[in-house]
Design a protein around this ligand. Structure first.
Ligand code: SF4
Length: 418
């Protein structure tokens, strides 16, 4: 099989890994004569540590898997064309694409070939060859194959910018049922090791500037959503634990795409993309807004509201917290207001040092007033009646601005939307 045929198989097989930011887009291509197609495999986009968007050659080293995970297109029992690259193939492809200015780096994952160690060894060889022999300075994101040796994990971290171990499913029970050859410990141990190595490398580099950097863009993981019965609350609590204990930079949520028939899997009309989107929003609250999973969801209400983003849903459940006075509230309180993000909260705090914020000033600062106006006062003056019931605010937010039903005369049945 020639390299192009392999490239078609192995870039296509890598599409289901969501840890690359453009993976979820479904634009099927421009009209005849147009340019561009986000559904084509091969090159994906990601974010570097300093916030730049970078294009990556996204490949599997091999799709010839000996495992049989129920949800995976590459599982051993599926009849699909198989291919494997040598380490040199991947090095050459990366350099060729880079020299033509198609990419700025490499995203490399793999199915499990003969064993986790044999597969990981070949992947590490790609990174070592690129960095040492070819003096390649571009970005490398490398997956760790669960079950490989600690030594290989350490070597991968020395050459890759970001490394990740996919947790795949949110519980041990689901892992046993859908991916029986995978073990939770084999996933969590390398994650913990990577977290420790990243920390140690940061400490070491403070003492000795030339000390080697370990995965400088951090570690991430991916979880499949909707292939197993866990609630959003279980998923968020797991992510919260991973951020706290494993020093993770990012958890990616990947809506389950039905790609194989297996009676252990749910029958879905379409991938649960809205659920995936809400989980990303809730994850953002965990990482940047000071929320805990237990504030967002509970055992009694374990699923995210489909109608509202998680911060608005929280605000509607906590009328006692509002209204928030824009000219007095501290940064953490401002962050809890729907329509105020990290940037606008920082701008409000900075601007208040010089003068009081006015309603016009809030719009300039970037506050999304159509959401925030129900939850704030500005120098004591409300934008909307502050004694409104959450049910009414909920209805108005659902209907959006400009609707006839926004009229104050609109009949509202209390509790209708609760
Ligand atoms: S290990 Fe499982 S998820 Fe990974 S490629 Fe093989 S079958 Fe797919």
């Amino acid at each position: 099989m020639d390299t192009l045929a392999k490239l078609q198989i192995l870039s296509g097989a890598a599409r289901y890994d969501a840890s690359c930011a453009s993976s979820g887009s479904r634009r099927e291509g421009a009209p005849p004569g147009g340019t561009g197609n986000t559904s084509q495999s091969g090159i994906c986009h990601s974010w570097s540590d300093d916030g730049r968007c970078i294009s990556l050659l996204k490949l599997l080293l091999s799709n010839d898997c000996r495992y049989d995970c129920a949800y995976c297109v590459n599982r051993v029992s599926n009849q699909v064309p198989r291919a494997s690259f040598t380490a040199r193939d991947v090095v050459d492809l990366t350099l060729e694409f880079y020299r033509r200015n198609y990419i700025e780096g490499l995203f490399l994952s793999s199915a499990v070939m003969q064993s986790p160690d044999q597969t990981m060894e070949r992947m590490v060889r790609v990174a070592e060859t690129l960095r040492i022999e070819e003096r390649f300075g571009g970005y490398i994101h490398m997956k760790i194959i669960p079950g490989c040796s600690s030594e290989l994990v350490r070597r991968a971290g020395l050459y890759a910018d970001r490394i990740s171990v996919n947790i795949e499913l949110p519980s041990q029970a689901s892992l046993q049922r859908l991916a029986p050859q995978k073990e939770k410990a084999a996933i969590l141990e390398p994650m913990a090791l990577i977290g420790r190595e990243i920390q140690e490398s940061l400490v070491e580099r403070k003492k000795i500037r030339s000390a080697p950097r370990f995965a400088p863009a951090g570690q991430s993981t991916q979880m499949i959503i909707g292939a197993s019965p866990e609630t959003d609350f279980q998923i968020l609590r797991l992510s919260q634990g991973l951020y706290k204990k494993m020093n993770l930079k990012r958890v990616y949520y990947s809506a389950y795409v039905p790609v194989s028939d297996d009676n252990r899997l749910p029958v879905l009309a379409a991938p649960p993309l809205l659920r995936e989107h809400r989980l990303y929003q809730a994850d953002w609250l965990l990482r940047f807004y000071g929320f805990s999973a237990e504030e967002i969801l509970s055992d009694d209400a374990p699923h995210l509201d489909e109608s509202f983003d998680p911060k608005t849903a929280w605000a509607l459940r906590h009328p006692e917290f509002f209204p928030v006075e824009i000219n007095r509230a501290d940064y953490a309180t401002l962050l809890r207001v729907p329509g105020i993000g990290v940037t606008s909260a920082k701008r409000i705090v900075a601007a208040r040092r010089f003068s009081l914020i006015t309603p016009e000033g809030m719009k300039k600062i970037g506050v999304v007033m159509k959401r925030a106006k129900y939850f704030i006062t500005c120098s004591g003056r409300p934008f909307e009646k502050t004694d409104r019931q959450p049910a009414l605010i909920r209805q108005q937010l659902l209907l959006g601005e400009g609707s006839d039903l926004m009229s104050p005369r609109q009949l509202v049945l209390p509790g209708l939307y609760v």
